[in-house]
Write a new protein. Sequence first.
Length: 230
Amino acid sequence: MNWIYTLTNFLIGTCLASHAAVVYEHWETFDFFITRSRCNTCQTELSLLDELPIISYLWLRGKCRHCNSQIPVKLPIIEICGGLAFMQIDFSQLQDLATAILIFSILLAAISDYEQQEFHLAMLFPALCLALFKSNNLLHFQLLDYVELLPILLLLIFYVWQNKLGSGDLLIYLILALYFSPQTANFIFLIGASLLIVHFCLKQQKGQKQTTIAFVPYLFLGLTIQLFFK
């Protein structure tokens, strides 16, 4: 039965990730609650069968049913990442539901950061509220918690001041540290930074130069790895 539970969570996660992509696309008009998804090329409204996460992409062979244009491969990748992030969430527990909201919020910011190298801070508002709600954790921090929090926090503030890091990345660190723990936030940032360095080196080997790199997608991958192996 465990594999059924895990598979169900994965499917729920893919649906939530797919919706996060829709929310990003309609963020400016704020009509993602009432607007159906459409093909970006022919603007034909998609049926429910065309919107099945991952499955519809494979069934349609990565092309629109109506105009035969290529569906961006990033969409199933987002859905897979979302599925993995939610696999260990127990949706029957209030605490895990709060974690699910936090995951969705950071995923939305990650999609926007990937597309535009920036994101609206309102995307992190639910995650920030959850983190502030648990901010009384500061009162229960041990000395080791502050030792692990303050140096990294000061380093990130320095990088923001030097314009080498976005203020949104700093905000995400504070959210993770308050909601989970400084140790967890440091681990997520370490994994995210490691993945970014690997990606950067691969691009350099291929002769691809990139002046700015979106960091939040790598942070989301770090969060996914942390949740998957918790």
